[in-house]
Structures are given as structure tokens and as C-alpha cells.
Design a protein around this ligand. Structure first.
Ligand SMILES: Cc1cc2nc3c(=O)[nH]c(=O)nc-3n(C[C@H](O)[C@H](O)[C@H](O)COP(=O)(O)O)c2cc1C
Length: 203
């Protein structure tokens, strides 16, 4: 389809509009804007189900997820504090900084680890398996948005430390997402994108 034929296309079905709106409504939301109100298990399962319907080359499904809710978030905090203390972060020795790592998971009601499990034997370049997991992450973020949840994909030094993967029994972790409802009075942050014409060539 050329640019000119696309611009003459002016009918968007309600279903298509809902998808397009959800994509643009998703924002990465700072954890300080979240309430600790719990998220129903059925909603978390629906979000995970959206994740596993991501495209993945050769049906290899190179993902696993660990869901931390309730008291399990304290275990996650302990893991991240330990990893942080062992990391090369310049304030790794700081007890205050370690404590902040320990407490951070308690500020959002749901954390989901993004674990890359590449089936043996390797069949495709590793980037394709990473891309499949990234597609799963975006599906989950969009599903969360559709459920009225705020979210963010986060990848800190502690999360990427080998001790964190070891603690979760994962070969590699591509960070975490956290989910939660906005606190009353909080709004989604602004975001922006470079105009399409600067990123797209119609050949
Ligand atoms: C792979 C990946 C890792 C990210 N890691 C972080 C992070 O560690 N901390 C953070 O604040 N945001 C992180 N983000 C979110 C981006 O900062 C965010 O998507 C970007 O600012 C655009 O904002 P938007 O998502 O609201 O459109 C990450 C996003 C991706 C895709």
C-alpha cells in the first residue's frame, strides 16, 4: 500500500480504534504514582495470557514469568538488595541504597519477571528469542493498559545481576514489569514520539 492509498483509507472499525487507542494510552508510570491496591488474580492471568500469545519464531516460546504479589514481594526485595550489594553500582555498599532496593517491590502490587529461556538446541540467533520475549512484554503492557492498570518495564543493575537470575532459576532476566492502579489524583505522564515521516521511508 502506498502513502497516498493509505491516506484515502478513512474507515477505522471500533475494534481497530480500541487497539490503536490502547497502544497510545500505554505509558511508563513511575512507581510513586501507584497505589498498593491488589490486582485480581484473574486479571493478572489474563495479562500473562496476552503475553504468551506473542509471535515467536519456530513456536519456541522462550519465556517464563515469575509473579510476585503480596508477601512474595518481600522475597523479591531481598533478592534485589542482595544483588545490588554484590553489584558494581557505586553505592553498592550503602545500607540506605540496599534498603531502598529491598523496599521498592512493596510499592507496586504486582511484579513479573521477564525470564529468557532459550530451548536447547539453539535454533535461531539469540536476538530472535529476545525479540519474542519483548513482544510478550509489550502484549502484557497493552493488556494491563486495557485493564486500567499503570505499568513499567524496568531493568536495573540489581535486576540484571546474575544473582537475581540464579535466585529465580532463570538463565537470563530481561528485567521486570510492575503493575498497579494509579493513586487517586495521579495522572499518566506525557510521552512523545518523533514524527512518522522522520522514521519511515515509503519505497
Ligand atoms: C527494554 C526496556 C527497558 C526499560 N527500562 C527502564 C528502566 O530501567 N527504568 C525506567 O524508568 N524506564 C525503563 N523503560 C521505560 C522507558 O523509559 C519508556 O518506555 C520511555 O521513556 C518511553 O515512555 P513511554 O513508555 O511512557 O512511552 C524501559 C523500556 C524498555 C523497552
Amino acid at each position: 500500500m502506498t502513502s497516498s492509498s493509505r491516506s484515502s483509507f478513512n474507515h477505522v472499525s471500533p475494534q481497530a480504534q480500541t487497539v490503536l487507542d490502547t497502544i497510545q494510552q500505554r505509558r511508563s508510570v513511575d512507581i510513586s504514582k501507584l497505589s498498593t491496591e491488589s490486582v485480581p488474580t484473574e486479571v493478572i492471568e489474563a495479562i500473562l495470557t496476552a503475553g504468551i500469545w506473542a509471535p515467536n519464531h519456530g513456536q519456541r516460546e522462550p519465556w517464563r514469568f515469575t509473579v510476585f504479589t503480596g508477601e512474595a514481594r518481600q522475597r523479591l526485595g531481598d533478592i534485589l538488595a542482595t544483588s545490588f550489594a554484590a553489584s558494581e553500582a557505586k553505592d553498592a555498599d550503602s545500607e540506605v541504597a540496599q534498603q531502598a532496593q529491598r523496599e521498592r517491590p512493596l510499592k507496586a502490587p504486582v511484579w513479573i519477571s521477564l525470564e529468557l529461556h532459550i530451548p536447547e538446541p539453539a535454533r535461531f540467533p539469540e536476538w530472535e528469542e529476545e525479540a519474542a520475549l519483548a513482544c510478550a512484554v509489550q502484549n502484557m503492557l497493552l493488556a494491563a493498559t486495557a485493564f486500567g492498570l499503570a505499568s513499567k518495564w524496568v531493568t536495573s543493575v540489581a535486576m540484571q545481576h546474575p544473582l537475581t537470575s540464579q535466585a529465580l532459576g532463570a538463565p537470563r532476566i530481561m528485567g521486570f514489569i510492575y503493575l498497579g492502579y494509579l493513586l487517586p489524583g495521579e495522572t499518566l505522564p506525557e510521552s512523545k514520539r518523533t514524527p512518522l515521516k522522520e522514521k519511515v521511508t515509503w519505497a
